[in-house]
Design a protein around this ligand. Structure first.
Ligand SMILES: Cc1cc2nc3c(=O)[nH]c(=O)nc-3n(C[C@H](O)[C@H](O)[C@H](O)COP(=O)(O)OP(=O)(O)OC[C@H]3O[C@@H](n4cnc5c(N)ncnc54)[C@H](O)[C@@H]3O)c2cc1C
Ligand SMILES: NC(=O)c1ccc[n+]([C@@H]2O[C@H](COP(=O)([O-])OP(=O)(O)OC[C@H]3O[C@@H](n4cnc5c(N)ncnc54)[C@H](O)[C@@H]3O)[C@@H](O)[C@H]2O)c1
Length: 503
């Protein structure tokens, strides 16, 4: 099993006493800003507020650094990188002959452990203290306007008051469906899928989103026989349809079995460590040694004292563009990151934290806020230009709106497609390059609303598209942004040629 400690309270955190793992300054009772949750987003909120000269307390109930550092982004990408590096070498004649044999699984896991800082948060604690914030370990709860009570499992409760703002950055936890037998079967969630030191012989993966796709590829390469059980008909359902199709092809080529249109109706596991049986509604049963449920996230707001400020516990925290929680008077309660449900991505949460930090500082100085679209105090990109890369073989890199979403929002649009494998840079990149690119053009404003690239190593193509979408660069001006030959970015030229032919 993993080196995690049990999560008996089901909040997605470890139950081991985290206050034993670090030190913090003695805490005052009053701060300008109190940040609850020290994931990447809470850390950014604290950094932004400190940069504005405000005093800050950071409250953290587990490891400073949050899921991203220990059970999500970093360890998952550390698991995938060797897989993708090997696949890349194997698809270039000349390099192919120089690599042979499977992955060195033990070395991959060791490298992963290093990227997860061996689940120790010393450097991240140093970072928080280094920006001049105080760190208070324990579970934080709101206790009426501007008040936070911190409950360390040992020692006295601390009562804190915020002069300016409380920023909730408590993240999200795995959402497990209400399937009979699931709780007692102790399924893997993202925590075990990123931190396990053992490689199950047969791994069942339930879900077809980013976690399922990335972890299926990683564990198959590490030696598990992976079967995916997908409720819908395709993978990555919120992205362009060709993305899920090409990813399914890639996973199948790697040996992953994908079963679509399958609902798991019961899970049976007689004892911990025993074989898991998945009952598939109307489709018999399937056995595995471990099962990963990658079925989405829920906000960690059930035990946050929301009822003391007039909010319903348990839901996503709805915010305005500056990060202020709606339905709470007095301009003091902010929420950023996963807990808002706006975009469950580290970089987007950190963007929200920078915006909220600027808004808190402006309000503290009684300065007017710039909340016009793309203004300094509103997270416009959350609705218009969220970039995401799903790592794997192939990768999917997308920003902004898909064709379907743009049409749903009432835009008059045209999608322009190109076979990414047909550009010289891609052909040079890999011998059997399979890929696809699409831009979604707004026919009225003549700007890009979205772009999606699928193929090996397309992640680094994305930022140009993000600049074009967020910058609302006119398509006629993009025509003058000449892509390098022979690189994959030449696909921009092909897409724009096609767009200009059809207009
Ligand atoms: C497997 C996986 C892979 C991912 N890969 C990527 C990726 O490659 N790129 C990407 O952009 N995103 C990725 N994500 C999403 C990313 O992990 C999240 O968007 C990100 O972690 C959100 O950051 P956060 O600070 O809002 O929340 P978290 O990282 O969850 O941090 C919240 C913190 O708050 C603490 N906390 C919670 N409640 C309390 C309380 N009451 N009192 C005190 N402390 C509390 C928690 O202990 C935690 O440390 C991935 C997610 C998963 C599951
Ligand atoms: N590379 C990245 O940026 C990256 C990687 C992993 C995760 N993430 C983020 O983390 C978040 C969570 O990822 P995720 O994959 O857990 O969630 P998700 O929402 O992306 O996908 C959940 C999947 O589970 C399925 N599902 C939901 N309920 C189900 C049920 N009862 N039975 C069967 N299937 C069910 C859905 O149909 C979907 O396929 C995502 O929003 C994503 O943005 C990002």
């Amino acid at each position: 099993m993993t080196d995690r400690t049990p999560d008996a309270d089901g909040d997605g955190g470890t139950d081991e006493a985290p206050w034993r793992r670090g030190v913090h300054r003695p805490a005052a009772a009053e701060y300008d800003v109190i940040v609850v949750g020290a994931g990447p987003v809470g850390e950014n909120a604290a950094g932004s507020a400190r940069a504005a000269g405000l005093s800050v307390a950071v409250v953290e109930g587990d490891l400073v650094g949050g899921s991203c550092s220990y059970w999500a982004c970093m360890p998952s990408k550390a698991l995938l990188r060797p897989v993708l590096a090997l696949a890349a070498a194997e698809d270039v004649a000349g390099a192919r002959e120089a690599v042979s044999g499977p992955l060195a699984a033990e070395a991959v896991l060791e490298r992963r452990d290093a990227f997860a800082s061996h689940w120790q948060d010393g450097p991240q604690v140093d970072w928080v203290l280094g920006v001049g914030a105080d760190l208070i370990r324990g579970h934080g709860r709101l206790d009426g306007p501007r008040r936070v009570v911190v409950h360390p499992p040992e020692g006295p409760v601390r009562e804190l008051t915020a002069r300016r703002a409380v920023v909730v950055a408590v993240g999200s936890a795995p959402r497990l469906p209400d399937v009979p037998g699931l709780a007692t079967a102790r399924p893997w969630t993202n925590r075990e899928a990123t931190a396990s030191k053992e490689i199950p012989e047969r791994l069942a993966v339930v879900g077809g989103g980013a976690v399922a796709v990335e972890m299926a590829r990683a564990w198959q390469a590490l030696g598990s026989a992976v079967t995916m059980f997908v409720r819908g008909e395709r993978l990555l359902g919120s992205m362009e349809p060709f993305a899920g199709e090409l990813v399914a092809e890639g996973l199948a080529a790697a040996g992953v079995e994908i079963r679509t249109g399958v609902q798991v109706s019961e899970v049976r596991r007689p004892s911990p460590g025993a074989t898991v049986t998945l009952v598939l509604a109307g489709l018999g049963e399937s056995e595995a040694d471990e099962v990963l449920f990658a079925t989405g996230r829920r906000p960690r707001t059930g035990d946050l004292g929301l009822e003391t400020v007039g909010l319903e516990p348990g839901g996503w925290l709805e915010t305005d563009g500056s990060g202020l929680v709606t339905g709470v008077d007095g301009d003091w309660l902010y929420a950023v990151g996963d807990t808002t449900g706006r975009a469950l991505l580290t970089h987007q949460g950190k963007y929200q934290a920078r915006i909220a930090g600027a808004a808190i500082a402006a309000r503290a100085r009684h300065e007017p806020l710039d909340t016009a679209p793309w203004g300094a105090h509103t997270a416009t990109a959350d609705a218009a230009a969220v970039p995401q890369v799903v790592f794997g073989e192939p990768e999917v890199a997308s920003v902004g709106l898909t064709l379907a979403e743009a049409e749903r929002r009432g835009h008059r649009v045209r999608a322009v497609d190109h076979d990414l494998g047909a550009v010289a840079g891609a052909a040079l990149h890999a011998d059997h390059f399979r890929g696809h690119a699409r831009i979604v053009a707004d026919l009225d404003r003549k700007v890009l609303l979205g772009a999606t690239f699928v193929g090996p190593d397309v992640a680094e193509l994305l930022h140009a598209a993000t600049v074009a979408v967020a910058g609302e660069v006119p398509l006629d001006r993009l025509w003058h942004a000449v892509p390098v030959f022979p690189a994959m970015s030449e696909v921009w030229l092909r897409l724009l040629e096609e767009y200009r032919r059809g207009r």
